[in-house]
Design a protein around this ligand. Structure first.
Ligand code: G3P
Length: 255
């Protein structure tokens, strides 16, 4: 008897390589799965750098915070407008103050910047109340400053679209940030939670990779870390040899 697993693998392979409409739909589904399960955001308010990196086709969104805004030297609304004009589909915009101030500002931003706006609130009782209210209006909310699975549970109960655990800052405080990501992912998996994990405060490529490995749906990082994702010393070394060989081939064919 044919092993059903092998039979199903063969069917999948056939659909992947065939040219039918069914095969096309399967390829679209796989591409969509990859896009939604491994999204990359840039963690910066520097619109010039973001614009340069958009050309790579790898960037799915941007996260900002008040510190990054101060660094940019621009007013937040101007930064958001530039990003919307570039076509960024998902921009985290942080709000502050008391609950009423946060909700008012969140609604104003969502009104002004439409579908691109994700309102970022802190993981506090006020922030989570605001999260719940904004979610009722179908506004995306990113609950930030998450340092434990317990906080991520409360954020999920508040209908957060994203939770942002801060990996680097946990590591700074002798707690394994990636393990917190793993715990959140496991709780969300077991309880079938739809809130997505947006791993933040990532300062090196290794942690970016491990964040996905541990269950993050999205990673956000400074542009300098994103640039390093392309790099490997063996790629450079291999490329140097291949380029030399290509020159040799070109010289041989022209002589
Ligand atoms: O997205 C949060 C991030 O900006 C914080 O990063 O390096 O200041 O902990 P870091």
């Amino acid at each position: 008897m044919v092993d059903p697993t092998i039979a199903s693998a063969k069917t999948t392979l056939f659909i992947l390589v065939d040219n039918t409409f069914q095969g096309y739909l399967v390829r679209c589904y796989i591409l969509w799965k990859v896009i939604i399960t491994m999204r990359i955001f840039l963690d910066t308010a520097d619109t010039e750098i973001i614009n340069q990196h958009l050309l790579s086709g790898m960037i799915d969104g941007v996260t900002t915070n008040p510190t990054l805004m101060v660094k940019s030297g621009k007013c937040p609304d101007d930064v958001y407008q530039e990003l919307v004009d570039m076509g960024l589909p998902d921009i985290s915009m942080e709000v502050g103050g008391n609950a009423l101030e946060m909700i008012e500002e969140g609604r104003r931003l969502a009104n002004k910047f439409g579908k691109a706006a994700t309102i970022k609130v802190p993981c506090t009782p006020d922030g989570l109340w605001v999260c719940k209210e904004l979610a009722k209006d179908l506004i995306r909310v990113n609950v930030t400053l998450i340092f434990s699975a317990a906080q991520a549970i409360l954020a999920a109960k508040s209908n957060a679209t994203y939770v942002s655990p801060f990996i680097g800052r946990l590591d700074d405080n002798s707690v394994a940030g990636l393990e917190v990501v793993r715990s959140i992912a496991e709780v969300y998996r077991v309880k079938n939670v739809r809130t997505k994990i947006l791993a933040a405060s990532l300062r090196d490529v290794y942690k970016v990779t491990r964040a996905f490995y541990n269950g993050a749906d999205i990673v956000t990082m400074p542009p300098a870390v994103f640039e390093k994702m392309y790099k490997h010393v063996l790629t450079d070394a291999g490329l140097e040899i291949f380029n030399k060989n290509l020159e040799e081939i070109a010289n041989a064919t022209h002589s």
